[in-house]
Design a protein around this ligand. Structure first.
Ligand SMILES: Nc1nc2c(ncn2[C@@H]2O[C@H](COP(=O)(O)OP(=O)(O)OP(=O)(O)O)[C@@H](O)[C@H]2O)c(=O)[nH]1
Ligand SMILES: Nc1nc2c(ncn2[C@@H]2O[C@H](COP(=O)(O)OP(=O)(O)OP(=O)(O)O)[C@@H](O)[C@H]2O)c(=O)[nH]1
Ligand SMILES: [Mg+2]
Ligand SMILES: [Mg+2]
Lengths: 291, 282
């Protein structure tokens, strides 16, 4: 793994007391390759390597570990630091309902996450209402209604209503029916689809969500930053959910998204069942990216 | 890649960034850059525009390597019914692609049947039902939780009875790392093969253009479970370039057959390597 790879690089540099710019350069080239193969964005990886280089150069070589292990430790610490200190908490409204708005690209796992979030909130003593705001995808409403039946959690939907009005009606429905959390399941959309992005801005303006969560597929490659940046620009979302992390994708998208948006990764989706939701662990993510 | 620049390390780094950010992958990108460096010194190249066309040609060649000539025409076949199975990880666009593909066939005068063999995910068969209506195809479905292989088997029976030309089987999204789900897929494949010799005649792996290097793992594992005959690359109407297919073409020899460029029934196009590579440098 990474530290063994770096050790072979450092074997060529014998008896040096300090980590110098030269002996680190080649090691960092290897680290950069590891990050890129893990799907970390090209520019994010470049900035990251520069930051590690600054931290590593001039450091005394610690006697008990090899220079390779030392560089890995610096990389690992910098990665964990970047990923965020610990899981961020959800923000609840003082006056119910707390409104969650779930957004992201097509197929990223939003609808499934809505079910997971609803189940999670109920286990914390809340009364969630899921709202089927995707009026476009064939059987999307049916999908959420089916999930509602499976979980025994209410789903709000009204025919012949646009997503903005639907969201508004769902909130007044929750006030009359005692649900203290409203979760809006929006349609997947491209960040470059002007009209669809405007729709999200409109929903946000109309109902003022307490939490907007950007749901991204954990196996996304270099493109992760483009969508994240645009959703950030348009919606200033509060947090990120990374799905399908039960696969073997290294998940470099996590670092890329965190680096360009600064927003915390709140949850991991780790399966198709509705209990497959994990709180984000920055250090676990760092080890995964480094392979 | 600006005009009137000399070919130097900065330019090569710029090209490396274009390649890597297109998800072409580190190994393939480095190999392409290395070949480029050699050509530049060997032929004393000084025109940056020439560089770009050299890379284009090399990438196109890598891709064409994956398209073997006898898989040339997807729409010419003699088997009846012609069986197409669609597989891939979760959310890549399998069901939507089937709707589009079915429509291509029905517009070409073929009788199409789709099989709702995703019996797991909420409203999966309802979703396929709508695509069946949109594309003018018949649908075979069973209750949620039914055995996917049983649905596929039923579809073949129904197709024989109705003189169907094409059967397209929708399977549940599944991560290639899930041993039991891959075994389930193998079973569906086996049931089809035992029922009709040579079936499924096509097995398409649907890849999301936003996927990163994990695509290689997906191709690896799905290839072990089934005999992949083609790839469909979806969501190319987004900003992702889908460069992963370049390395995959070279390594696995599986041709990219179609690209998905939207969510409507007409948003499916035959794959064109030249256009695909041009888009990387757009
Ligand atoms: N293995 C795994 N599959 C997941 C996870 N989250 C979602 N899925 C699956 O991914 C597929 C897509 O999930 P959806 O919830 O429909 O995605 P979506 O973002 O709502 O899709 P659109 O509404 O079409 O944009 C389904 O097959 C889900 O079961 C996860 O954490 N792990
Ligand atoms: N923009 C765009 N969206 C697409 C394309 N193909 C599919 N989609 C969307 O991607 C989402 C997922 O599509 P599905 O067809 O449900 O994907 P799937 O692979 O069948 O999903 P599972 O069965 O849950 O694994 C839907 O919102 C589709 O409309 C495409 O080419 N472009
Ligand atoms: Mg959805
Ligand atoms: Mg499907």
């Amino acid at each position: 793994e990474l530290s063994r790879k770096l050790d072979s690089v450092f074997k060529k540099i014998k008896g040096q007391g300090k980590l110098s710019e030269d002996n680190i350069k080649e090691a960092l080239r290897d680290v950069r390759r590891v990050l890129l193969e893990a799907d970390v964005n090209f520019r994010v990886a470049k900035k990251f390597i520069q930051a590690v280089q600054e931290k590593a150069v001039g450091r005394e070589v610690v006697r008990s570990i090899t220079p390779g292990q030392q560089v890995v430790k610096i990389v690992y610490d910098e990665l964990s630091r970047l990923m965020g200190q610990s899981a961020a908490d959800l923000h609840f409204s003082n006056i119910p309902p707390t409104i969650f708005m779930i957004v992201g690209l097509q197929g990223s796992g939003k609808t499934t996450f809505v079910g997971k979030l609803a189940k999670h909130l109920r286990s914390k003593g809340h009364t969630p209402l899921m709202v089927a705001v995707d009026i476009y995808r064939p059987a999307a409403v049916k999908q959420l209604q089916t999930i509602g039946k499976q979980l025994d959690i209410s789903v709000f939907f009204e025919e012949n209503t646009n997503p903005v009005d639907l969201s508004k009606k769902a909130i007044s429905f929750s006030r009359h029916n005692g649900q203290d959390c409203v979760i809006l399941d929006t349609a997947g959309r491209l960040h470059i689809d002007r009209a669809m992005m405007d729709e999200l801005v409109e929903i946000k303006k109309t109902v003022s969500p307490n939490e907007i969560l950007f749901v991204a597929d954990g196996m996304t490659g270099q493109d992760a930053v483009k969508a994240a940046e645009e959703f950030m620009q348009q919606l200033d979302f509060n947090g990120v959910v990374l799905t399908k992390m039960d696969g073997d994708a290294r998940g470099g998208a996590a670092l890329s998204i965190k680096a360009v948006t600064g927003k915390p990764i709140m949850f991991f989706g780790t399966g198709e069942k509705f209990d497959a939701l994990e709180i984000f662990h920055p250090d676990r993510m760092a080890s995964r990216i480094l392979g | 890649v600006a005009l009137h620049r000399k070919i130097d390390d900065d330019l090569l780094e710029e090209i490396e960034e274009i390649l890597i950010t297109s998800d072409i992958g580190v190994d393939t990108s480095l190999a392409v850059i290395e070949n480029l460096r050699r050509r530049v010194s060997r032929d004393h190249l000084s025109d940056p525009a020439k560089l770009k066309s050299l890379i284009r040609d090399e990438l196109k060649m890598l891709l064409d390597g994956g398209q073997n000539p006898d898989s040339a025409d997807f729409f010419s076949f003699s088997q009846k019914p012609y069986i197409i199975m669609v597989v891939g990880v979760n959310g890549t666009g399998k069901t939507t692609t089937i709707g589009k593909l079915a429509s291509l066939f029905t517009r070409g005068g073929k009788k199409v049947m789709v099989a709702a063999a995703d019996t797991f995910r909420a409203a999966a068969s309802e979703q396929l039902e709508i695509w069946a209506q949109r594309s003018g195809s018949q649908i075979v479905q069973q209750q949620s939780g039914a055995d996917p292989a049983a649905v596929a088997y039923d579809a073949l029976d129904a197709a024989a009875a109705r003189g169907t030309d094409v059967v397209i089987i929708d399977t549940a999204g599944r991560l290639h790392t899930k041993v039991n789900l891959m075994a389930e897929l193998e079973k569906v494949n086996r049931v089809l093969a035992n029922k009709i010799e040579g079936a499924p005649h096509e097995t398409l792996l649907v890849l999301d253009a936003t996927v990163g290097q994990n695509a290689k793992r997906q191709v690896e594992e799905f290839s072990k479970a089934v005999d992949l005959t083609g790839i469909v690359l979806t969501k190319l109407d987004g900003t992702a370039k889908g460069g992963v297919v370049i390395g995959i073409a070279g390594e696995f020899n599986i041709p990219v057959r179609f690209i998905g460029i939207g969510e409507q029934v007409d948003d499916l196009e035959p794959f064109n390597a030249g256009a695909f590579v041009d888009a990387i440098f757009a």
